[in-house]
Write a protein that binds this ligand. Structure first.
Ligand SMILES: NC(=O)c1ccc[n+]([C@@H]2O[C@H](COP(=O)([O-])OP(=O)(O)OC[C@H]3O[C@@H](n4cnc5c(N)ncnc54)[C@H](O)[C@@H]3O)[C@@H](O)[C@H]2O)c1
Length: 268
């Protein structure tokens, strides 16, 4: 089977490498010539037309998504969906693994693909500090645009030995990705809030945390140097930009900003 992985960044390279080790023939595509020039264990190109599209059965989208003017920027996913549509053969399986906002997959399926592909959403939970345990083949959520897509997606990922939790709609998988990171953002922000309160009352935060965490249903997280990385802050902003009434997450963002300022002041 031939697979094309699109977007060869932090997620795309380990994904394509993993699939190529499963003895699938992998083609990688990225718009950046710098990315293409680095050596990889699979063929890659930044010339879309050199990919043997007639033979590609599965496209995996791992391109960048971000924030622009405080709103989700999914433009690169739309861009590659248009490219796939213009050259695809028969009815490929398209898996959107990039983080997208809720409703994106259905919009792309209707407006770009005109329902002519099987489409699934399998967002990543990648953690670069431990890619063996929390990399490409950790348990992930899968949602399909319809029953046939879900079945085809499940069978493809089964061949890759990637354990999946399937959900009944593609919107649930899109939202699960954003909500799981927003939840983590909130939990860390609470630990930061508590640490700032401890500072005010001259209480040892670590000792307080250990004491609280002896309770059977409570787990206060650590408060380190502020919430960094791109996934947690970005996915939380995706959530607040969609659900504009979500005061709890907006407040968590303020708490983290205050904590980070305090932390930087302390380290200086
Ligand atoms: N990095 C992580 O730990 C992580 C974890 C979970 C989810 N994600 C999600 O995975 C997706 C990819 O993240 P990443 O960290 O690999 O990003 P990245 O910035 O490292 O890489 C993205 C790649 O996409 C390429 N690209 C951008 N637009 C393109 C286009 N139109 N056509 C082809 N290639 C294009 C870029 O050149 C780049 O090489 C994002 O949606 C991100 O939110 C990332």
């Amino acid at each position: 089977m031939r697979v094309c992985v699109i977007g060869l960044g932090e997620i795309g390279i380990p994904t394509a490498t993993y699939i190529s080790k499963k003895e699938f023939t992998v083609w990688g595509y990225d718009i950046s010539s710098e990315v293409i020039s680095q050596s990889k264990p699979f063929s890659c190109t930044n010339n879309w037309n050199t990919i043997p599209h007639k033979k590609i059965e599965v496209y995996i989208i791992c391109v960048w998504t971000g924030i622009h003017h405080h709103k989700p920027d999914i433009s690169s996913v739309y861009d590659v969906a248009k490219k796939i549509k213009s050259t695809m053969n028969k009815k490929p399986l398209v898996s959107i693994e990039s983080t997208v906002s809720i409703g994106t997959c259905r919009k792309i399926y209707e407006e770009i693909f005109n329902q002519s592909v099987d489409l699934v959403n399998v967002p990543h939970r990648y953690w670069k500090m431990n890619p063996l345990k929390y990399g490409v083949n950790q348990r992930r959520v899968i949602g399909g645009i319809n029953k046939e897509s879900l079945e085809r997606g499940l069978s493809f990922y089964k061949r890759l030995d990637i354990p999946l939790h399937s959900v009944s709609t593609i919107e649930i998988s899109e939202m699960s990705k954003i909500a799981e990171n927003a939840y983590r953002f909130l939990s860390i922000a609470f630990a930061e809030e508590l640490k700032m309160a401890c500072c005010e009352k001259k209480i040892d935060f670590n000792e307080l945390r250990s004491a609280i965490n002896t309770k059977w249903n409570t787990h206060i997280l650590e408060a380190r140097e502020g919430i960094s990385g791109h996934c947690l802050p970005k996915d939380t902003k995706y959530y607040t930009s969609i659900f504009t009434h979500s005061e709890i997450l907006k407040t968590a963002i303020v708490v983290d900003n205050n904590y980070s300022r305090l932390f930087i002041k302390k380290t200086v």
